[in-house]
Write a protein that binds this ligand. Structure first.
Ligand SMILES: Cc1cc2nc3c(=O)[nH]c(=O)nc-3n(C[C@H](O)[C@H](O)[C@H](O)COP(=O)(O)OP(=O)(O)OC[C@H]3O[C@@H](n4cnc5c(N)ncnc54)[C@H](O)[C@@H]3O)c2cc1C
Length: 410
């Protein structure tokens, strides 16, 4: 662990250390002046990378994560006995705010592992699993994925059928998962399996950490309509998982899954803050470039996008503040996610209104056809992490107090 640790480290001293570390290791981010027609016109929601590009991105992400971890900035809030720095969340926020000014290589390869799997391991994993994986995940040595969805279990996750059967100190897993983002370069996965088919569907599930390199695990890429292949099908044939890798109680997997899903919604709805000009900013410039800035109907649509973006960002700030205070946010996570995707729809409708055929036929003009990638990515965003309809159900029941949706029999 780092030599920077002291039990009495003040926030000011910590912030100074963080700045000194960042200054010594990274170039500062230049304030980007967005000029129409210059630089990249990419507005895609899903990165379209070859396996080689994915590997190179992972290597760069890993190299930075290792440097930050070894300097004491990789897992600031983590318990000291597990390799973290044991500092309060306010220190984490200080570091994140300082780091925004520097050109950190994209860490998106670790998004699911650190955003969803690691907090679940911390909440429900055995000492052995926590020691084996958490520091390694925060250091970027290993990557985690989320093995929940199945061909017949997505929104209704509790219907999943992948079986885990106990065999002494191990469990034997058979079944299939689908839409597993990043499985192709993951080392471990959080998997929810059915362990007792005689119990009601939410009660017969158990969570595990599975070694993605174990015999019997097969990852097959799925190509999405945007052209890339960021998801996979994952097949399990007689895969053995030690009981020490169980998350939570036997048949207590629903609680484990909820921990992960809560973190997932926070990660998606919360947004990253992003780098470079926002989609909305680009949209404004697109309207200008297409000579439609004086069109009252277009102006009205644009205003809707801007206003809704602002409202969604405030809702997300509320969720993030609740999370930062160590509490679980309520239905505002669903509101945040739904408003984000609703605004994506408004954005592509506006782009399509001002672009017309240029949205679907590449004229070679900068900043036009690139919007087709945005449009094609929106349906995935509307489904990932709980679909729009499921978010509406949650808001209907938990915010508006409408009657509960009748549950289907198992
Ligand atoms: C970009 C992306 C990344 C993903 N990454 C992962 C991953 O890493 N790991 C993982 O496990 N899964 C992942 N998924 C899968 C995702 O969790 C599921 O797609 C999602 O839960 C929906 O399940 P489904 O696709 O089976 O659709 P279904 O649940 O079959 O839904 C089909 C349609 O029915 C609607 N519907 C379903 N139930 C209701 C209801 N009760 N009321 C009203 N309408 C309803 C839905 O809104 C949807 O329109 C990912 C998906 C996407 C798009």
């Amino acid at each position: 662990m780092t030599t920077l640790d002291t039990p009495s480290l003040t926030e000011e001293a910590f912030a100074e250390q963080a700045r000194a570390f960042l200054d010594a290791t990274l170039p500062r981010r230049q304030v980007e002046q967005f000029v129409w027609g210059e630089g990249s016109d990419d507005v895609s929601l899903f990165p379209e990378r070859t396996p080689e590009q994915q590997r190179a991105e992972l290597d760069a992400a890993r190299s930075w994560a290792q440097t930050a971890f070894d300097a004491g900035f990789g897992w600031i809030t983590g318990p000291v006995h597990l390799g973290g720095r044991g500092l309060p969340r306010s220190y984490q926020r200080l570091y994140q705010s300082a780091a925004r000014d520097y050109r950190i290589p994209s860490q998106s390869a670790f998004g699911i592992g650190l955003g969803m799997v690691a907090p679940t391991i911390l909440a429900h994993g055995t000492d052995e699993v926590q020691k084996a994986y958490l520091a390694a995940m925060y250091r970027g040595d290993i990557v985690g994925c989320q093995l929940f969805s199945e061909p017949a279990a997505g929104s209704d996750l509790a219907s999943l059928q992948t079986r885990a059967v106990r065999d002494g100190d191990e469990w034997i897993v058979n079944g299939q998962k689908v839409w597993t983002s990043g499985a192709q370069f993951s080392d471990i996965g959080e998997i929810i399996c059915r362990t007792d088919p005689t119990l009601p569907k939410h009660r017969g599930l158990t969570g595990f950490v599975v070694d993605m390199h174990a015999p019997g695990v097969e990852v097959r890429p799925l190509r999405q309509m945007t052209g890339g292949a960021s998801f996979n099908e994952v097949f399990f044939t007689d895969v053995r998982i030690p009981d020490s890798h169980r998350l939570g109680a036997v048949n207590g997997g629903w609680t484990v899954a909820l921990t992960t899903l809560m973190n997932e919604r926070a990660a998606i709805g919360g947004g990253g803050g992003g780098t470079g000009p926002s989609v909305t900013h680009r949209l404004i410039e697109l309207v200008r470039a297409q000579g439609r800035a004086g069109d009252p109907l277009i102006r009205q649509q644009l205003a809707q996008v801007v206003v809704n973006e602002r409202v969604a960002s405030y809702t997300n700030l509320r969720s993030m503040a609740t999370l930062a205070a160590g509490q679980l946010p309520g239905p505002e996570l669903s509101l945040g996610k739904l408003s984000l995707t609703a605004n994506m729809v408004r954005s592509y409708e506006l782009a399509s209104a001002v672009l017309g055929p240029e949205l679907v036929a590449d004229s070679g003009r900068w900043g036009t056809y690139a919007w087709s990638q945005f449009l094609l990515g929106v349906p995935g965003m509307r489904v990932a992490g709980g679909s729009d309809e499921v978010m509406r159900n949650i808001i209907g029941e938990r915010v508006l107090g409408l009657p509960k949706e009748p549950s289907a029999p198992r």
